[in-house]
Write a protein that binds this ligand. Structure first.
Ligand code: NAI
Length: 300
């Protein structure tokens, strides 16, 4: 297997001032990428802001002989995303890689989930991925090359108490991926998603110290680096990574039950419930047309 190398590639890593994003930026630069280190520099709930976090990572990359520039835009605004991509193109001529990693938390149980907790979380994670990826995608399409990585979460995939805002935003990013993989197909733009589990400031108070210890971000970084590389020819995949384990997650349908050509009754659904929900025979559909074809096969 040839070494994975990013010489000549330009990467944007959002939220790269700390945690997971910092490791992605540093490792990409070590392997030759020119990196735009974006970080708004705020606290875990998205308040505050500043340039130090991004600057420190850029310094570390440059001290090690790599190339990087800092960007302090908040990805939660449309202007911020546009400016970030413009800066990458002005500094390095193009965008090859986007890693949508920036994130905040504003946890509360659902009955206390006010708009001021909901909106900023959706804005940073989901709208942020749109704000950055959309202008980058325009450039990637012109160049006939792109690697996009979304960041989802176990909360989005499986659920967690007190994180309805975060879970909705995080699974929304999978929805964004699912259509982007189709729009990018003709242009060699691949879009995949990471679901990391790592000990960072985001998780330091929700994990016991001995678990936190084992979940060093360095276990997630190689998976993201692979997804950001030319070697990765796959698209639309969800990878879970943490503490040395790498798994694929997916959305599947089962065989189902054909209740007949005439509209059925809720009683018929109840009678067939265990068969309808039997997940032993699963298949993955690659787009919405496949779903329609799968349904209509009962009429052919
Ligand atoms: P972190 O808090 O260390 O990193 C997030 C970074 O995003 C911070 O440096 C922060 O300043 C930056 N950021 C926040 N709002 C921003 C904005 N509007 N614009 C630009 N930058 C902004 O946390 P961590 O753990 O490294 O998280 C990275 C990503 O991984 C996040 O998307 C998070 O939701 C996701 N994730 C992390 C998990 C974990 O176990 N650590 C689990 C599942 C998902």
């Amino acid at each position: 297997m040839a070494d994975i190398d990013y010489t000549g590639r330009v990467a944007i890593v959002t939220g790269a001032g700390g945690g997971l994003g910092k490791t992605y930026a540093i490792e990409l630069a070590k392997r030759g990428a020119k990196v735009v280190v974006n970080d708004f520099g705020g606290s875990r709930d998205g308040t505050g802001g500043g340039s130090t976090m991004a600057d420190d990572v850029v310094k570390e990359i440059k001290d090690a002989g790599g190339e990087a520039v800092a960007n302090y835009d908040g990805v939660h605004t449309h202007e911020g995303g546009a400016n970030l991509v413009k800066q990458a193109i002005d500094a390095f001529g193009k965008v090859d890689i986007v890693i949508n990693n920036a994130g905040i938390l504003r946890d509360k149980s659902f009955t206390k989930m006010e708009e001021n907790l909901w909106d900023p979380v959706i804005a940073v994670h989901l709208k942020g991925a749109y704000n950055v990826t959309q202008p980058a995608f325009v450039n990637m399409r012109e160049n006939g090359y792109g690697r996009i990585v979304m960041t989802t979460s176990g909360t989005g995939l499986f659920g967690n108490f007190g994180q309805t805002n975060y879970g909705a935003a995080k699974l929304g990013m999978v929805g964004l991926q699912n259509s982007l993989k189709i729009e990018g197909e003709k242009y060699n733009i691949k879009c995949n998603t990471i679901a990391p589990v790592a000990g960072t400031r985001m998780t330091e108070d929700i994990m016991p110290p001995e678990v936190f210890e084992k979940l060093n971000p360095k276990y997630v970084t190689p998976v993201v680096l692979y997804l950001a590389s030319e070697t990765c020819q796959d698209t639309g995949k969800i990878l879970c990574a943490g503490a040395g384990l790498v798994q694929a997650a997916g959305i599947f349908v089962n065989e189902g039950v054909f209740l007949g050509p005439d509209p059925s009754t809720p009683e018929a659904v109840a009678e067939n419930w265990s068969k309808i929900t039997d997940m032993t025979n699963l298949k993955q559909l690659s787009n919405v047309m496949d779903q329609t074809v799968d349904i209509m096969k009962h009429y052919s």
